[in-house]
Design a protein around this ligand. Structure first.
Ligand SMILES: Cc1cc2nc3c(=O)[nH]c(=O)nc-3n(C[C@H](O)[C@H](O)[C@H](O)COP(=O)(O)OP(=O)(O)OC[C@H]3O[C@@H](n4cnc5c(N)ncnc54)[C@H](O)[C@@H]3O)c2cc1C
Length: 385
């Protein structure tokens, strides 16, 4: 399906990633929900990074009636993790000590697809090939009780011309991830974003590699992690500054691997072949200012990475996608029932999450005292530009 026929909705969600799909699932069957997404480029999903889901997500998946589907997808329960962070001495963490139970290493393409399928099975509509989008509020004075107008152009298919449609809805949700496609169109900016970049590769499966641990280590110029994912591939990821002088050279697979192998915890990583690519992806955290968001007309919400994207060291992005879907669904339900404070309460909740996250992140980076004089670490402890 390229575009959908109906044009009147209770909620239009831009972005059918984990957050948008989970929200659509939560809002059905009570509300008419349209999900919009852009055409996916080739096999981009297959090399997507972000595969650790904490055990705390279990309760959310259950509440969102997505747990059975999730369990059938072949994700692997997370084993121990080992890190060289505060010192060079490796420290092991056993997931038995996690009060929420062990988390998972995800088959990420399946996880994302499963949430989307769940939304569609619950009756949400999806237009998956939106290539242009315009939004406007057709409001009354004071912004209350107005409607959002969403103009979309969907990709041409089967030799046909691109199709254009206008949708109307009292509630418009930005779930477009770090691109914040709607918020930016409405004049909002991301705040607090640092220029962290993730260089990563999915190394070809190595039959002799039976290691189940997540490996994490600090480097003078950033930090590494590596873990085997359910496909048998091993993710190798290095997070460093976008203006690091070595970044270009490290796009070379042999150089990235050699640099990783300098660390004791990564020294044994030996891919079956060197036939892999190194990808680069912006990875810095940042979020919308809740006050600026509250100043927009009623009925606008943001969830997942569009509301707050986490530094990958926190490993909280997917949990946040599910959690914001949950709390935003409640706020939207309240708003549509006439509770005019529902959005403000949601945004107050987001403000406290942001504050807790910032404090924890600062503590995490500050713990790496042995590299404290290096630029990467100084920048994150507020010591240098
Ligand atoms: C390097 C790195 C490592 C990470 N590791 C982890 C990890 O281990 N664990 C973890 O929990 N999280 C991790 N994350 C974060 C996690 O991947 C995200 O938090 C999660 O994907 C957010 O889900 P989302 O639905 O908000 O956004 P996304 O997954 O980005 O989905 C957004 C959707 O919106 C669509 N979209 C974008 N623009 C438009 C537009 N203009 N019109 C229509 N649709 C649009 C996109 O196509 C996409 O489908 C990591 C992130 C990075 C960068």
């Amino acid at each position: 399906m390229s575009c959908v026929r109906a044009t009147q909705w209770d909620v239009v969600v831009v972005g059918a990633g984990p957050a948008g799909a989970a929200l659509a699932r939560c809002l059905r069957p009570r509300h008419r929900v349209l999900l919009l997404d852009r055409p996916q480029a080739g096999a981009a999903g297959a090399s997507r990074i972000g595969e650790s889901l904490p055990g705390a997500a279990r309760a959310l998946l259950r509440r969102q009636r997505a747990y059975e589907r999730f369990l059938a997808q072949g994700h692997v329960q997370r084993g121990a993790s080992v890190s060289q962070w505060e010192s060079d001495t490796p420290v092991w963490f056993d997931p038995v000590r996690d009060p929420h139970g062990a988390g998972w290493h995800l088959d990420r393409p399946r996880f994302d697809a499963g949430l989307r399928e769940g939304a569609l099975a619950a009756g949400a509509a999806l237009a998956p090939t939106v290539r242009q989008l315009a939004v406007a509020h057709e409001g009354h004075e004071g912004h209350e009780g107005g409607r959002w107008r969403v103009d979309v152009e969907c990709l041409a298919q089967g030799g046909r011309a691109p199709s254009r449609q206008t949708h109307r809805t009292p509630v418009l949700v930005d779930a477009s991830g770090r691109s914040m496609a709607v918020a930016r169109r409405l004049g909002l900016e991301r705040r607090g974003q640092d220029r962290l970049v993730c260089l990563y590769a999915h190394l070809p499966p190595d039959d002799s590699d039976e290691d189940q641990a997540t490996r994490l280590c600090a480097d003078a110029n950033g930090w590494w992690y590596s873990v085997r994912v359910p496909s048998g591939q091993r993710v190798l990821a290095f997070h460093l500054d976008a203006d690091d002088a070595g970044i270009k050279a490290l796009r070379d697979p042999a150089r990235l691997l050699a640099r990783a192998q300098r660390h004791r915890l990564l020294a044994e990583i030996r891919p079956a072949t060197m036939d892999f690519q190194v990808h680069a992806q912006p990875a810095g955290g940042g979020g919308l200012d809740p006050d600026a968001t509250a100043a927009l007309p009623d009925g606008f919400f943001a969830i997942g990475d569009a509301m707050l994207s986490f530094d990958p060291i926190a490993s909280q992005g997917l949990f946040n996608a599910l959690a914001t879907a949950d709390s935003c669904a409640q706020a939207i339900g309240g708003y549509l029932d006439g509770d005019r404070d529902a959005r403000q309460r949601y945004l107050d909740g987001m403000r406290s999450v942001q504050e807790r996250y910032r404090q924890r992140l600062a503590d995490t980076y500050a713990a790496v005292t042995r590299h404290a004089r290096e630029r990467f670490w100084l920048r994150r402890s507020g010591g240098a530009a």
